[in-house]
Design a protein around this ligand. Structure first.
Ligand code: NAD
Length: 275
């Protein structure tokens, strides 16, 4: 049982299920990443602001899996936005990760009040040209922010990583991404755990003999999203990856569609975030 892949418009591909490592300090990140790779994961999502790039790098090296067979994402933090500062921050991330390239580099937030994401994107284009960031994308961008990148540089991000879970499905963003052939990636895919005791999800899980987490992850896969559930518990890491041998049926899909906007975003609104 292998994770399906999504192919980007730049020709590279990403394993559809990866491990998220937010709020995971270095000493926990290393064994957690190794446990995930042992369980079959080939994709890890970190960020400079998570302060665990060293641990992630160590986990990758200790796994014994070739670097080229792993997909590694990191992200540029807001206070490093700008052309020169981005290039410097990227070098530091690579150094901490102990690798000479990342598979995907993301602008973590548009931070529109800083108004530097276009210059930042120009630095990303250079990193892509150099091959040190194989693919480049964004996170938490509204369609209008993406449109501005495209207008000013002509280069469309391969992916937008946004908050997305069954009760906050982001239809407007999904539609905008489809038009530009941008992959949609779901952060906090389990609603940070709050959706695990949702009655609708529970009923679907019981019907399939699966856990609520598996049903939600399967929903992201069937919806065509790249999904990065977080756990530091080895048994849950395994559980979250055992999702390739079942499918949701039309009733399940309709029931989950009806949950949209029953909840709200958990994280900040990227338009008004002050960081
Ligand atoms: P999540 O939705 O993945 O939920 C994680 C929590 O759910 C865990 O801490 C655990 O409490 C629980 N959980 C996980 N698997 C479980 C299981 N099988 N059974 C029971 N409980 C389980 O939340 P998240 O960590 O916020 O999001 C996932 C990843 O998305 C992050 O680690 C990070 O990599 C990324 N992220 C990105 C941004 C961004 O701005 N780009 C923001 C937040 C998160």
């Amino acid at each position: 049982t292998h994770t399906p892949i999504i192919t980007f418009h730049d020709g590279h591909s990403i394993p559809q299920v990866g491990l998220g490592v937010w709020q995971t300090p270095n000493d926990i990140a290393a064994p957690t990443v190794k446990a995930a790779i042992d369980a079959g994961y080939r994709h890890v999502d970190t960020a400079a602001i998570y302060e665990n790039e060293e641990g992630v790098g160590e986990g990758i090296r200790s796994s014994g899996i070739d670097r080229k067979d792993l997909f590694l994402t990191t992200k540029l933090w807001n206070d490093e936005q700008g052309f020169d500062s981005t290039l410097k921050a990227f070098d530091k991330s690579l150094k901490r990760l102990g690798t000479d390239y990342v598979d995907l580099y993301l602008i973590h937030w548009p931070a529109p009040k800083r108004d530097r994401y276009v210059d930042t994107w120009k630095a990303f284009l250079r990193l892509k040209e150099e091959g040190r960031a194989r693919s480049i994308g964004v996170s938490n961008f509204y369609p209008e922010h993406i449109d501005r990148l495209v207008q000013e540089t002509g280069v469309v991000p391969v992916i937008n990583q946004i908050e997305l879970h069954p009760d906050f499905q982001q239809k407007a963003a999904q539609d905008a991404h489809k038009k530009l052939n941008i992959a949609t990636q779901s952060w906090s895919p389990l609603g940070q755990g709050k959706l695990l005791d949702n009655a609708t999800i529970g009923a679907i899980a019981a019907k399939h003999g699966r856990t609520p987490a598996q049903v939600i992850i399967r929903w992201h896969i069937d919806s065509g999203f790249v999904v990065i559930p977080k756990s530091i518990t080895p048994s849950r890491i395994v559980e979250n990856f055992q999702v390739f041998d079942f499918k949701l049926d039309a009733d399940d899909i309709a029931a989950i569609a009806a949950l949209d906007n029953a909840g709200a975003r958990i994280g900040p609104d990227p338009k008004t975030a002050t960081f």
